[in-house]
Every structure is written in structure tokens, then in C-alpha cells.
Design a protein around this ligand. Structure first.
Ligand code: FE
Ligand code: FE
Length: 329
């Protein structure tokens, strides 16, 4: 089995604003500075980069130079289709001109994916949805969201696209809000190069079992990417992976391992008040313990327990493997 690789969204190393600290939780950083910080993480191989590049005007070549220096590769490019211009949506914007602009921006992001030889274009249509009853025609916006993704995937059949679903925020209701709805849309689009990026935190605060959602996506051949973090289950807190729901996170990774899913384990955490390098290192240490616990897990005993839905027996086997390695490593 090949060595597990780790990645992170480059935003993990940026600083943030919210509606309270409107002066930000730190001095703004350029994408180059964020890459330098990411390079300080002990075992990080990949980053997912927002497009356009934040903090200044940078060419692909300049970004590549700083990535090489930091020893990092690009897993995906995330076009920023959720900024002010797209506040009423990207694919589902009522203005066809704005929908066209989203298409153009994502098309540019496709070129960046080719340049960096990355795995996918990541679509996070955070503004696509609605806030109020009667605000939208549900048939129209669902159709527009699928047409928007479908056209891009058709025009760029050499690339993969992933949709990262999320229940809400910034829109009160997001159009791709759950695994089931996202898979339904993807199957309706009907193209081989569109898949899902499963964010553990989005799944659990949406009331899903991330393990079950992963299995569903894998069974449809659509699990193209994943990222992890944690939350209190009522919001996308993007806290340290494993800090609140370690056993559910372990079941999620167990499903990936059982299905021989081989991809990068990515962090999508937001260190508002924490040191970003320390937080990434802490999460990766945790994930390495999870990985060793998976090596150690008694799969036969577990499947035997699951065959009779023996909750106590199955949990005991899982807990034994996970907590032993967390304590030891
Ligand atoms: Fe995410
Ligand atoms: Fe998130």
C-alpha cells in the first residue's frame, strides 16, 4: 500500500474576516505567503488553491515557483464563484450575464488545473440557492445548476470536476446541499467527469453519517475527493479534525479503506485564532494515528459483528483500535 499523502486548502494558511472582526483576525496574506506557511507543515504534499490568486497579481509560473520551493503540488483549483459578483448565485444567478461570467471564470480555472497538472476543478457554488420562501422558482434553479456544471464538464472533457456540497452558508439553503441531492444532480448530468468532494464537516452538520455518504458516492463511482475538519454539528465550524467526533471520523476512513479508495486526505480547517502551521501538524498527527488504527483494525471481527448489527460488539472493536493508537502515537 502506498504511503498516505496529505493536503490542505490554501485558505488554511490565510487570515479571515467575519461579520464581527471586520478588520480581520490577522494581517492579510498573499497566496505566496500562504504557500510559504503551508511549506512549513511537516507532512503536507498538496494544496487546493483558490482562483483568482489572492493578495495580488500572480502568474501561474510565479505560483509554481513558490510551490516548488515549498515542496507542494496542486490537487485542485477552486474558482471563486461565491464572491460579491456572485452573491445571487453563479450557475443559478437570475442574470444570464453573471452566469456567463461564472462560466468564464471557471474556464480560466480549468487552464490553471491543466497548468499545474492538478486532479480537478473544485466547484463550491456557495451562493447558489435561496434564502426565503417564494424567492426562487425551484425547477428553474435546479435546472440551471445542472446545466452550468454539465456545460463545463462537456467543454472540458479532459478534466475532472468535483462538486463540494454543503447544507447552508453563505446561502441559507444551498442548491447542492447533501450527498443524495448532489448525486442525483450528477447522475442527471450523466457525464463521467463530474464527481463529489465529500467534506466530513458538511456531511455531519447536514445530519448525515459521513461514512454512509462516502459509501453511497463510492457505489456510484463518484467520490473524487474529500476533506476533513470538525464542528459542533450546527454550523460549519471548520475546527481541528478529530477534535469532536473522532469515532465518526474513524468510521468514515474505515469506509474509504474498506473500498480501497486511494486519494489525498485533505484538511479544510479555519484557524481563526490558532497558529495555522501548528493546527495542520496537529490534525495530520491525528490522521496518521487513524491510518495506523486502520492497519490494526480487526476487519473480520468487525464484519462479523456488523453481519448481526451488533452495535456494542462493533463499537468495541473500533474503539479498541482507534483509542489504542491515539494514546500510543
Ligand atoms: Fe471543504
Ligand atoms: Fe466548509
Amino acid at each position: 500500500m502506498k504511503k498516505q499523502e496529505f493536503g490542505a486548502g490554501i485558505w488554511h494558511f490565510a487570515t479571515y474576516l467575519d461579520r464581527y472582526a471586520t478588520d480581520g483576525y490577522g494581517e492579510p496574506r498573499t497566496v505566496i505567503e500562504a504557500i510559504e506557511l503551508a511549506g512549513k507543515v511537516g507532512d503536507l504534499s498538496y494544496v487546493d488553491i483558490n482562483y483568482p490568486y489572492f493578495g495580488g497579481e500572480f502568474s501561474n509560473e510565479e505560483i509554481k515557483k513558490s510551490l516548488d520551493k515549498a515542496g507542494l503540488k496542486v490537487i485542485g483549483i477552486t474558482p471563486e464563484i461565491y464572491t460579491r459578483e456572485f452573491s445571487k448565485g453563479a450557475f443559478t444567478n437570475p442574470d444570464p450575464g453573471v452566469r456567463k461570467r461564472a462560466h468564464e471564470l471557471i474556464t480560466e480555472a480549468c487552464d490553471a488545473v491543466r497548468f499545474f497538472n492538478a486532479s480537478y476543478v473544485k466547484l463550491w457554488p456557495g451562493q447558489d440557492g435561496w434564502d426565503y420562501p417564494f424567492q426562487v422558482d425551484h425547477k428553474t434553479i435546479w435546472k440551471n445548476s445542472m446545466d452550468g456544471v454539465g456545460n463545463l464538464a462537456t467543454e472540458n472533457s479532459d478534466l475532472k470536476f468535483v462538486i463540494e456540497y454543503k447544507p447552508r452558508e453563505p446561502r441559507v439553503k444551498m442548491i447542492y446541499d447533501s450527498m443524495t441531492r448532489t448525486l442525483l444532480g450528477i447522475e442527471q448530468i450523466g457525464l463521467p467527469n463530474v464527481g463529489v468532494l465529500l467534506d466530513f464537516g458538511h456531511a455531519i452538520y447536514g445530519g448525515e453519517s459521513a461514512a454512509d455518504s462516502a459509501q453511497l458516492a463510492i457505489d456510484h463511482g463518484r467520490l473524487f475527493g474529500m476533506d476533513v475538519n470538525d464542528n459542533f454539528r450546527s454550523w460549519d465550524d471548520d475546527l481541528l479534525a478529530g477534535s469532536l467526533h473522532p469515532i465518526e471520523l474513524f468510521e468514515f476512513f474505515y469506509v474509504l479503506r474498506k473500498n480501497n479508495w486511494q486519494g489525498v486526505w485533505q484538511l479544510d480547517q479555519f484557524p481563526f485564532r490558532e497558529d495555522s502551521v501548528e493546527m495542520a501538524n496537529t490534525a495530520i498527527d491525528f490522521l496518521k494515528s487513524v491510518n495506523r488504527a486502520l492497519d490494526d483494525l480487526d476487519y473480520d471481527a468487525l464484519s462479523k459483528a456488523q453481519a448481526s448489527h451488533d452495535a456494542m460488539g462493533a463499537l468495541k472493536i473500533a474503539q479498541k483500535a482507534l483509542y489504542k493508537h491515539l494514546a500510543r502515537d
